[in-house]
Design a protein around this ligand. Structure first.
Ligand code: 4AD
Length: 459
């Protein structure tokens, strides 16, 4: 047969040609003895007109979401089309059904694609449209995934990864893979999944932290990894998953640990710019369902000290413990204050109190109450934490003990520093969080294809 044309490529320029297309029956409507079928292919829709009586009969009995292939003539529409992404219509000559969908769908894609504004309007018009709840979406993810916004979100996610990789490769980083099965926990704390490794207690990696540092001990100089990260989070929040994709970096420090912040300050504006350049259609699709403003960021990434942040909060009437951590509320508030003062929604906070950072974090030379560490925020929410690491094995072991870690379980990590290690540091980013905040979405489950949280292990 003829090569298939993608629905997104049905444009005015090809009016008059015959095409073969494949898609799903989004919906259909009988009007003036013609059947208007909306065909959908990965979020793009086109109106297809069926006129012949027996063909109308055949198509009418096809349930929504059935996969069909058709041959038709690309034509200008009688009236300008508003309900479809494509502005031409197809006059159907032949149509085949490749795969039928069940008649009773647990989720109707048309409903799942509706924006809040459309729902509000439908209520006002006295014809309230269905609102699809998050659990219904996630329980039926293969259907929910078919909306234009979701198609776009995961393409944007892919492009964030591509840009991340592209930038680091251009800076002579090496992409590595570290084990996800470990004898001990990598970040400490309770949020670790424990399991039995052939009779030996084991953990799922809470980050590639220990092994990416060991790669530096092995003279890899500059490494990064894109891989799964496991956290046994108990709480059910808008931004915590039990499994997420970590974008991790570790590098040798040449002069000063601020080199890591310099890299971050360049990396993210690069990613943001690439997304704007490479995903304009995708951003538009997301916006249609979930309106948002483009992220405001400066070409020169803003860097404030933790103490400066505390001071800004204080001046705004919020008292925060100068040696404690910021909670979600304070982070949001500070994000607001920074936006007002510096006109950016992307910035870095550094020199965190040592007490709130993991055991491997390097204390500041001038005051060990503070550390050579930083967090990065998008729209007032944390997307990254990073630091210089302790490369002296004695100090590392001491800090691990002080933090209540059973050093036996990480002895091979500590030993790695006994054969000499250069000063180094790095950072870890949550991919789902970056995409969530880039598009100002309200829930991390929207940017995880099959989210795992404290209540969900399926589908
Ligand atoms: O702040 P975290 O725990 O830092 C680390 O894992 C360090 N090893 C990083 C480093 O190199 N120093 O996690 C890093 C990032 C967070 O900023 C956040 O974006 C994301 O990972 N993250 C989560 N994303 C989704 N669900 C969760 N439960 C997350 N926990 C952390």
């Amino acid at each position: 047969g003829k090569e298939l044309t993608h629905v997104s490529n049905l444009v005015e320029e090809i009016v008059g040609s015959e095409v073969s297309i494949r898609g799903r029956v989004h919906k259909n409507r009988l009007y003036a003895k013609k059947l208007f079928v909306i065909l959908r292919e990965s979020g793009f829709t086109a109106q297809c007109v069926v006129e012949e009586t027996s063909m109308i009969k055949f198509v009418k009995q096809l349930s929504r979401e059935s996969v069909v292939e058709l041959i038709g003539l690309v034509s200008p529409p009688k009236k300008p089309l508003t309900g479809t992404t494509q502005k031409v219509e197809i006059h159907v000559r032949k149509i085949y059904c490749l795969s039928r969908s069940l008649l009773n769908l647990p989720l109707v894609v048309e409903d799942a694609a509706r924006s809040e504004a459309d729902i509000q309007k439908s209520v006002k018009d006295g014809k309230p449209a269905a609102r699809v709840l998050q659990d219904t979406r996630l329980n039926n993810r293969v259907l929910d995934m078919r909306t234009p916004a979701n198609q776009a979100i995961f393409r944007i996610q892919c492009h964030v990864q591509i840009a991340f990789r592209e930038f680091l490769l251009s800076k002579e980083f090496l992409e590595i893979h570290t084990p996800k099965l470990m004898a001990g926990s990598s970040e400490g704390g309770s949020a670790v999944f424990r399991l039995d490794y052939k009779g030996q207690p084991a953990c799922l990696a809470q980050s590639p932290q220990l092994h990416k540092q060991m790669a530096i001990c092995g003279d890899m100089r500059r490494v990064f990894e894109v891989g799964p990260v496991f956290r046994a989070e108990d709480s059910f929040t808008h931004r915590h998953l039990c499994e997420f994709v970590g974008l991790d970096v570790e590098m040798e420090i040449r002069m000063h640990y601020s080199e890591i912040m310099d890299l971050v300050g360049e990396l993210f504006p690069f990613i943001f710019t690439k997304i704007e350049e490479r995903c304009p259609k995708e951003l538009e699709s997301v916006r249609k369902q979930y309106p948002f403003q483009s992220l405001k960021f400066l070409p020169q990434t803003l860097r404030l000290t933790f103490a400066q942040g505390i001071q800004m909060l204080k001046e705004a009437g919020e008292e925060v413990d100068p040696l404690g951590d910021l909670n979600t509320e304070s982070e949001r508030k500070l994000g607001q204050l920074v936006l007002e003062k510096y006109k950016t929604e992307f910035y870095m906070l550094h020199r965190y109190p040592s007490a709130v950072r993991p055991f491997y974090t390097m204390p500041c030379e001038d005051d060990s109450n503070y550390s050579n560490s930083f967090d990065v925020f998008i729209r007032g929410e944390e997307i990254m934490s990073g630091a210089q690491r302790i490369h002296d094995p004695e100090l590392l072991e001491k800090r691990a003990r002080e933090c209540g870690i059973d050093v036996k379980t990480i002895s091979t990590y500590i030993d790695a520093f006994r054969y000499g290690a250069p000063p180094h540091g790095g950072f870890g980013v949550g991919l789902e969080r970056v995409v969530m905040l880039l598009c100002a979405l309200n829930n991390i489950r929207k940017t995880s294809l099959f989210p795992r949280d404290s209540q969900r292990l399926a589908p």
